[in-house]
Design a protein around this ligand. Sequence first.
Ligand code: G3P
Length: 217
Amino acid sequence: MKFFVDTAEIDAIAELHDLGMVDGVTTNPSLIMKSGRDILEVTKEICDLVDGPVSAEVVSLEADDMIAEGRKLAKIADNIAVKVPLTWAGLKTCKILSDEGHMVNVTLCFSANQALLAAKSGATFISPFIGRLDDINIDGMELIADIRDIYDNYGFETQILAASIRTVNHISDAAKIGADVITAPPGVIKKLADHPLTDAGLAAFMKDWAKTGQKIL
Ligand code: G3P
């Protein structure tokens, strides 16, 4: 499973990148707003840091404008994945840009039928939003499972990029189902290493080690 980091904060990306945990990055207009940075500048910096796909999202609602924005974003670097919303205009943009050889991430997916359309329009990634479905009492993980079944039934190569990840359980559940990628905030990825029994075990080892009076270095 690939790990993408869902942020436009360079320091947070760099910290996880140094640990080998970053296979790609996803951004969206809200994350660009939170970073306080210019979209073209910060996206270029992220692309310089990370080898894998870096999603940068268009903000127009009409296909012609989306296509123009997507082409401009794609010029930032070879590893840009143009992110488009799951609307008919977004799907048209996806088809045109993917035919031109660009990676496209179709975002704001909330149903299996939407995911089917994205695959047919040539999307590189489909981004189902797990947490936002859970927010309205619909099981986001069931959507990931349905998309996995549908894509496998027909051999679609579009990668399932589980997004709107809020908890560490979302990550292990998505991995069990076979999502190709998760994108999660840096804080959630860092929590994957936490376990109270690890902390308790380490504390006990340190206590006993102190009693030996020994040093390794
Ligand atoms: O990349 C978009 C997605 O991950 C958003 O997550 O937590 O705002 O629903 P969230």
